[in-house]
Design a protein around this ligand. Structure first.
Ligand SMILES: C[S@@+](CC[C@H](N)C(=O)[O-])C[C@H]1O[C@@H](n2cnc3c(N)ncnc32)[C@H](O)[C@@H]1O
Length: 268
């Protein structure tokens, strides 16, 4: 840890969760072959006055999910940008996310959306530019739609670690509204399975779990382009034999396997 921990964090409990993925992305840099290289995350962590060791204890063994999520989202966004080099990317619940800096091609336009106190903290570390804008607004308040000016060069929406804190009906409503506002856009987000939500994650306030693609395929105004499971990636890096040898290839088990889903949105 740096000795230069100057920024104190005063956030609501859900907003504070932004420190978790940031911390685990920064840790990857100490690996011989990092899943994601996020120097900016390390730089931000070094400036924050916070007990990250305490935080790490509650995620013992599961922290690998965060660099895997970042690498998966990076890959999908880079693919989208290849096809749509002047795309607009919208990041819901951005926290201290740094994806823009890993995928930027010098032409994309990017919007990071989060609640006011989170955006305030973000501004302490990251500067806005002509192509990187921050919007203080709840993702569920459609007033942010009118801030998205450039809509004809392809739109990709990402949301890491946010949907899980809301009810299924709220997620469905948000997806339907975005589908009607940004038809033909793409969306990627992560989930936990209902199995894990009930067993383990209840204590940290997770409200939304899914039964894998069974739930995702029933989300209106969308169809699934891809599903990505944490446990079948970087298998040698998972801690326990159960996670390392998890038989994700047994199809019914995917209903209880945490994953990330890539959707195409379509208007009513
Ligand atoms: C676990 S953090 C994830 C941060 C970031 N996506 C990442 O992966 O580093 C969840 C984020 O969702 C944000 N959030 C919670 N409720 C929100 C809402 N209604 N609208 C927008 N953002 C919200 C929090 O402030 C926090 O930054």
């Amino acid at each position: 840890m740096s000795t230069n921990n100057t920024v104190k964090v005063k956030l609501g409990p859900v907003q504070e969760t932004m420190l978790i993925p940031l911390f685990y992305r920064s840790l990857e840099l100490s690996q011989p072959d990092p899943i994601v290289r996020d120097e900016m995350a390390k730089n931000v962590i070094d400036q924050i006055d916070y007990d990250f060791n305490e935080l790490a204890k509650s995620f013992d063994g599961d922290g690998l999910a965060f660099p895997i999520r970042a690498a998966t989202f990076d890959h999908l966004i880079k693919e989208f940008i290849e096809k749509n080099p002047e795309a607009t990317i919208i990041n819901l619940g951005a926290g201290l996310d740094t994806t823009f800096f890993r995928v930027d091609n010098g032409k994309i336009h990017w919007y990071d959306i989060d609640l006011a106190d989170s955006i305030e903290l973000r501004r302490q570390f990251i500067d806005e530019t002509d192509r990187l804008k921050f919007i203080s607004c709840s993702a569920f308040d459609p007033t942010w739609f009118k801030e998205i000016k450039r809509r004809d060069k392809g739109i990709f929406i990402m949301s890491g670690g946010m949907f899980i804190y809301f009810e299924h009906s709220e997620i469905q409503d948000l997806i339907s509204k975005m589908a009607n506002e940004f038809p033909e856009s793409e969306l990627v987000f992560d989930t936990v399975s209902n199995f894990f939500r009930f067993r383990r994650f209840k204590k940290i306030g997770i409200k939304w779990g899914v039964w894998g693609a069974y739930t995702i395929n029933r989300i209106k105004n969308s169809h699934m382009l891809g599903a990505f499971y944490y446990l079948n990636q970087y298998r040698d890096r998972w801690d326990t034999p159960l996670t390392r040898h998890y038989p994700y290839y047994i199809k019914p088990l995917l209903m209880i396997t945490p994953g990330m889903y890539h959707l195409k949105l379509s208007a009513d």
